[in-house]
Design a protein around this ligand. Sequence first.
Ligand code: PRP
Ligand code: ZN
Length: 300
Amino acid sequence: MTDQGSRIKIAIQKSGRLTDRSLELLERCGLKYSRGRDQLIGFGENMPVDILLVRDDDIPGLVRDEVCDFGIVGLNVLEERRLQFLAEGRDQAFRVVRALDYGHCHLAFGYPEDGPVQSLAGLQGRRIATSYPRIVQDFLQREGIEAQVIEFSGAVEIAPGLGRADVICDLVSTGATLAANRLREGETILESQAILIRTVREVPAAKAEWVTRLLQRIDGVMQVRESKYVMMNAPVSALAEIARLLPGADAPTVIPLEGRGDKVAVHVVCRENVFWETLENLKLVGASSLLVLPVEKMLP
Ligand code: PRP
Ligand code: ZN
């Protein structure tokens, strides 16, 4: 526990849309941690893994500078920083490991309901308020639109009301913020979700084994989210049909039923959610005693 050089550091958002799900992901990987008094570091108690709770905007830089080995951050923040690092001549600042399939939201234009601009075509020569100036600028360039991008660090949605901008470009999740500010949602320029990133350089050898284990566990957690263990009894003659009906199924385990030559028990892991319709269709081809169980852990 004392050797800092062998501990893996993961940066996550201190408070915001990704915080709870990111902590939950790490907990589901088996990590038990205690938070120090300053609450900015969670010390792993049963794994050599520490969590740094920081502002999301700082996460790409912390990974670039190898202060942290990993970071979990929204693609919106990641892309904005990537464009910034690129402009500064650092094109290889971090590596994307995988998309984590939570924290979904999108970056979209918001047009004041009664304003003069109601489409991309109307943006020419206008002022756009955003916290993502580089992503917006990049988009405008590709679309051949010339407009003034004004950077706001927060409360972007009030910029038009204050007369500081004609339109905004901001993150939208439920759409409640736009609606509350009488803004109509326009074109999406980026779909975002939580992304796991890591340093460009390989981690030191002392950390390598636990990095492999951690990444394998994250894969496992991702897979079990949708996975189901399905059990049923079925006529032998229906096995081919059953295999066809089960979504994303591995090869099923077929077990003979005592004293029933024509029937078997079928156990199978499905890597997609199993809906009522599927169960009803399985019943139609002769399956009975259907049981669908959540999968707790998975290691291929
Ligand atoms: C975003 C955005 C809006 C809100 C939109 O902020 O700036 O305020 O979310 O969500 P809604 O469509 O559900 O109303 P966020 O919470 O991500 O804060 P941050 O940009 O400061 O990290
Ligand atoms: Zn932020």
